[in-house]
Write a protein that binds this ligand. Structure first.
Ligand SMILES: Cc1cc2nc3c(=O)[nH]c(=O)nc-3n(C[C@H](O)[C@H](O)[C@H](O)COP(=O)(O)OP(=O)(O)OC[C@H]3O[C@@H](n4cnc5c(N)ncnc54)[C@H](O)[C@@H]3O)c2cc1C
Length: 463
């Protein structure tokens, strides 16, 4: 009998996995919170007509992938606006949509859940008008909304540049981009640059667009404070000393009504954690990651993880790994089929390797030096859901709560709606647990990884 494969996430990883598993005769169920396929990078418009945000090469890749997926979408059980809120060994997956929920017991669950953005707290970062850079991008891609009249973008890695350029191309007035590391930070890796030359080319196109549009690019700058009464009206920036600490006397103030920030990513690993898979902590790959082998298998039989959800490595790796995971899921872990998959998908294995080596170099531009934790003052909120300040976290540590679980129980940091996805890496850093070892366990997983309506739980039916 053909196996039933449930995939969580309809980004590049999940789409390619669905295509591959369906092609191999599986019954495929694909769950995604969004209303249209695409995930983060290939997010589609929600207002009918397609909005062409991005460079021609990226838009071409998007169109090709969506076309491939559309060809199988009708033959699979594709559930839009559905959330997977719990996962257990078995495998067993709990999903909900609005006021209904269901329990799925397939042969294989593939977690292709991607990442969410990360901010570093600093005074004023919770003011209205301070947004995540990817959030500003999502508004543009889904609804064509150009956020703000005067925009400053700040952060680390490639996303701030891409978002600033996309906003600028759409006609927004981007006044400045403030980067933590200099642009040339990945130029010292020639092999990696060659491996990722197509991505590098797109990156330089974005930089040129910014230069052409008169956007000032500031390197080695950090935010000191966002000011404003009930909305940001200016951002104070400063140069840093190489360790992330502000250098006195280098402060500048820029008037703006939007500050878009991105200082990296956090992997959506809460379902993997709940199912009991082994995890490891890798800051540059997005925090706590499910440990996977070459075939995307976690330590729990029947549960696979792939793409950014198994560690941030970008869209090219996601597409290649999606195919691999789809094929492995279809083979239902049968050891004898793995060598055939190696042969059949040799190109996907090769592409994954090439782009992983490029991403290893890119990740240096996401490195957060220790001084970034000096940006927050005592009163700065670190956990937004539960309004927990940096001072409160430090007090918990002084009182002897030195594990993340202990700090969470004592302060409520990480207990809110986001389940700690947005804050727990920062809570750990502010608590001085910065250099976490690879086997450092995250907080104990909660039974609900995502908010779910009580009415939905009441009516829960096994499918
Ligand atoms: C905000 C943001 C913006 C980005 N912009 C760019 C960019 O401009 N250029 C670029 O090269 N890269 C960008 N990236 C990185 C790029 O999107 C990823 O490398 C790539 O999309 C990874 O593909 P994926 O399929 O693994 O994950 P994603 O594309 O992130 O897809 C994951 C999917 O899983 C769904 N999901 C997650 N959890 C659940 C759940 N519990 N239940 C149901 N559904 C769930 C999400 O809705 C999403 O559709 C961005 C990343 C983020 C977070």
């Amino acid at each position: 009998m053909s196996p039933h494969v449930v995939i969580v996430g309809c980004g590049p990883t999940g789409m390619n996995a669905a295509v591959e598993a369906e092609r191999r005769g599986c019954k495929v169920t694909l769950i995604d919170e969004g209303s249209r396929p695409g995930g983060q990078i290939f997010r589609q418009s929600s207002i009918g007509s397609e909005l062409r945000i991005g460079l021609p090469a990226e838009l071409k890749r998007k169109a090709e992938l969506l076309h491939r997926f559309d060809a199988v979408a009708e033959r699979i059980d594709y559930r839009v606006n559905h959330t997977a809120y719990a996962a257990f060994a078995g495998p067993e997956l709990h999903i909900s949509s609005g006021q209904s929920s269901a329990i799925l017991k397939p042969d294989v669950v593939l977690l292709a859940t991607g990442v969410c953005e990360r901010a570093i707290p600093f005074p004023g970062w919770t003011l209205p008008g301070v947004v995540y850079a990817g959030g500003a991008q999502a508004l543009l891609k889904t609804q064509g909304i150009r956020i703000g009249e005067r925009v400053v973008v700040a952060g680390a890695g490639p996303l701030p540049l891409a978002v600033a350029a996309q906003l600028s191309m759409a006609g927004a007035r981007v006044v400045s981009v403030a980067l933590l590391h200099p642009l040339r930070s990945i130029l010292s890796h020639p092999y990696a640059l060659w491996a990722g030359r197509k991505v590098v080319q797109e990156g330089w196109q974005y930089v040129n667009i910014l230069r052409r549009n008169g956007v000032k690019i500031l390197s080695r700058y950090v935010p000191l404070r966002a000011d404003g009464e009930d909305h940001i009206d200016s951002i104070q920036l400063s140069q840093h000393d190489g360790t992330g600490r502000a250098v006195a006397g280098t402060e500048i103030r820029i008037g703006c009504d939007v500050l878009a920030i991105n200082y990296g990513f956090t992997v959506h690993s809460e379902l993997a954690a709940m199912a009991g898979t082994d995890l490891q902590y890798r800051a540059e790959r997005g925090g706590w990651l499910p440990v996977v082998d070459r075939y995307c298998r976690t330590s729990v039989p029947g549960i696979l993880a792939a793409g950014d959800g198994a560690g941030l490595r970008g869209a090219w790796v996601a597409q290649a790994e999606g195919r691999i995971a789809g094929a492995v899921a279809a083979g239902c872990y049968d050891q004898s089929k793995l060598s055939r998959i190696e042969l059949e998908l040799a190109d996907s294995f090769r592409q994954r390797k090439i782009h992983e080596s490029f991403q290893n170099a890119v990740q240096e531009s996401l490195h957060l030096p220790a001084g970034v934790w000096s940006w927050a003052d005592e009163g700065t909120i670190v956990c937004r859901c539960e309004c927990v300040s940096k001072k409160r976290i430090e007090m918990a540590v002084e009182d002897g709560h030195t594990s993340l679980n202990g700090i969470k129980r004592n302060t409520r940091a990480g207990m809110g709606w986001c389940g700690g996805r947005m804050c727990l890496q920062n809570v750990a850093a502010c608590a001085g647990l910065r250099s976490l070892p690879l086997d450092y366990q995250p907080v104990t997983p909660r039974p609900l990884a995502r908010p779910v309506a009580l009415a939905a739980l009441r009516e829960q039916q096994p499918l």
